[in-house]
Design a protein around this ligand. Structure first.
Ligand code: PMP
Length: 410
């Protein structure tokens, strides 16, 4: 019989691609919140970017119909003809962009478009310019490809939007992509025509630089101006723009995992090569649901927006009662990005000095019972992100706890 004490420890060597990537701050916050709840603590959750609404009934019904009709097999790897034409119509109707069939992919979540586009185009040494604050996954995916995330800080006084002159200075011969997310997770900033135009002029002057735009929060905007996306503003640059979107946020469909993108055919071809050897195709049932989301009645989108607006107003009003916290009112999304630097160095009631935003978030979680995400996760230390996708009751509780937690600091 083999002697367990003499057995050789299994050799486990993760891929070097993962050497710089750990669990994200949001994943860690989710785990810590779940553990505290398991211990019986009541935590106000404000860290997750997930609408708390149920997916609209017409979309659920479309999925049930698809299952009953036997749509339960593999589909084309880039989406069924039905969902692809719904995406095509959506881009034409809402954005005035016209994509051919070979210029569209439908994927298992928008994150999979990002992942496969980077996988398909990045080599070690390549650079991707990320205006910060940026969505947490961008930098991790870029690093997984052995490429370098070039983080360009933006500033509250510029509405957290990239300045063309900063972009110009950051471009090198190794730059492959600039990634812009508008409305932005986490700042809520929206790029208007006057913000995009100078940036697109810089892109035009550097033909080796491509532009990836993440329009995920297109439908969650509080301003009256229409939403604009670069491929619509500069059709002449469409040959180097990848426009990413999805149904997760607009239709409260995070769990259905459907994202989509439009871009130049040669790029879509290599993205499809990645999809073919990874997901094979998105879930057939979820594709039927997404086609209904994009084509069906849009009244739920408007209803959610009204709710988010009320929640945003609540969060901004509550924050105005915290003299040491500064926030720029978000123009879109369901996030507020809060500057807490005036509290830096203060003492918690336990006598600990607040030294960084990870520490602040731990204090607010463990001592005050509210979960938020540190700004460092978004490449911007000194801030934290509040998600107001949760219910009004939870938000009221969370905001009261933040207020009390900040007031208790000396
Ligand atoms: N882009 C941004 C800016 C996001 O916030 C998210 C989700 N948090 C995604 C993309 C990914 O969405 P999906 O659920 O479609 O993968």
């Amino acid at each position: 019989m083999a002697d367990a004490t003499n057995s050789v420890a299994p050799v486990f060597r993760p891929s070097p691609a993962l050497s710089k990537v750990g669990p994200s701050a949001i994943t860690r916050m989710t785990a810590a919140t779940a553990e505290l709840k398991r211990q019986g603590r009541q935590i106000a959750s404000m860290h997750l970017g997930e609408p708390d609404f149920a997916t609209p009934g017409n979309i659920v019904e479309a999925a049930i119909r698809a299952m009953r009709a036997g749509d339960t097999h593999y589909t084309a790897l880039d989406g069924t003809p039905a969902v692809k034409s719904a995406v095509q119509e959506k881009f034409a109707r809402e954005n005035g962009i016209y994509f051919e069939d070979d210029q569209i992919v439908v994927t298992s979540g928008a994150k999979m478009v990002l992942f496969s586009a980077f996988f398909a185009t990045l080599n070690p040494g390549d650079e991707v310019i990320l205006p910060a604050p940026y969505w947490v996954s961008y930098s991790d995916i870029v690093e997984m490809m052995g490429a370098r995330a070039v983080v360009l800080p933006t500033h509250a006084q510029d509405g957290f939007k990239l300045r063309a002159e900063d972009l110009e200075r950051a471009i090198t011969p190794n730059t492959r992509w600039l990634l812009i997310n508008s409305p932005s997770n986490p700042s809520g900033a929206i790029y208007r025509r006057s913000d995009y135009e100078p940036i697109l002029e810089v892109i035009e002057r550097h033909p080796h630089v491509w532009l990836m735009v993440d329009d995920m929060y297109e439908h969650i905007i509080f301003q009256d101006e229409p939403f604009l996306t670069p491929a619509q503003l500069r059709p002449d640059l469409q040959g180097r723009i990848l426009t990413i979107n999805g149904v997760s946020k607009a239709y409260a469909m995070t769990g259905w995992r459907i994202g989509y993108a439009g871009g130049p055919a040669p790029l879509m071809k290599v993205i499809k090569a990645v999809l073919s050897q990874s997901t094979s195709c998105p879930c057939s049932i979820a594709q039927a649901a997404a086609a209904e989301a994009l084509r069906g009645p849009q009244d739920s989108v408007r209803r959610y927006l009204g709710e988010y607006r009320a929640r945003r107003d609540l969060v901004i009003t509550e924050l105005s009662h915290c003299p040491d916290l500064k926030v720029t009112e978000p123009d879109g999304t369901f996030y507020a990005f809060v500057d807490w630097r005036a509290l830096f160095g203060k003492l918690t009631p336990r006598g600990e000095t607040l030294s960084d935003d990870e520490h602040l978030c731990q204090y607010l979680l463990h001592d005050c019972g509210v979960s938020i995400v540190p700004g460092s996760a978004f490449g911007t230390p000194g801030f934290f992100r509040i998600s107001f996708a949760s219910s009004e009751a939870e938000l009221r509780l969370g905001m009261a706890r933040i207020r009390e937690g900040c007031a208790a600091l000396i």
